[in-house]
Write a new protein. Sequence first.
Length: 295
Amino acid sequence: MTARTDAARGIVAEAEWTARRDAYQRRVDELIGGHVDRQSHGVKHPVVDFLFTYYSLRPAQLRRWHPGVGVVLGGPAARRYAEYSGYREVDGGVTADPALVQRRRTMLEFTERLLAGTRSRSAQFGCFGLHEWAMVYRGGAEAVRHSGTPLRLGAAGTDAVVESMSLRCTHYDAFRFFTPDAVGRNQIPLSRDEQAAREQPGCLHAGMDLYKWCYKLVPLVDSDLVIRCFEHAMEARELDMRASPYDLRDLGYEPVPIETAAGRAEYVRAQQSLAERAAPLRAELLTRCRQLLEI
């Protein structure tokens, strides 16, 4: 069989796809090596651990490379993929099973609707990252979500910041962790049923969650997009926690003091930059969803 025939049938030669796989795994190792090492020693990290606790993909799962639907992996090494869920053997190699589209259709339709709705709305930049503050507002010591990490302004100072500004959270999965006293202070009530109608592209967490929607569609979606969304989530998480009420300076994170006018301006600039970088990732994932729904 000629190389041209292989390419026409979507078959990727073993030397090519294993090189892509190895480069991807090196990229992942560089990004999460510190987390894996800390995990092996039982050391917690209030910023990075979130990417593997709130988000359910384990490091080993993130490290597994997937080419995406429509690609046939050729050569003997591809037989290992036949053992993975969502793959099947075909003439010439192993590929992500197109039948998986039907089994994931509900997820695909929800994700397409959510991403399209988010992209259609104007970005809002007036929340100042107060969701983390609302999660500890008047909650006492038991509300502190990161054990052993001090509040930068103390409990009373944290409460005063929340009371001095409006809560404008639009992201349900942040809102659902608000303390009872903070829930009523949010500008609009949020619910799971209205999630797709409330998400907006300026939201830090809406950008972070592109990673979640991406990995939930693996192996139909390729790992190149997954890792780019993960890298975005890492950057957004750092801003999220730098603007939080926690004092993380011992870990090398300088605070973005959103209790001050200068701090709020700094937060908005960073938030706008992240929203701009999330937009093409959202558009790319939306395109993937629409293509898959046509299969």
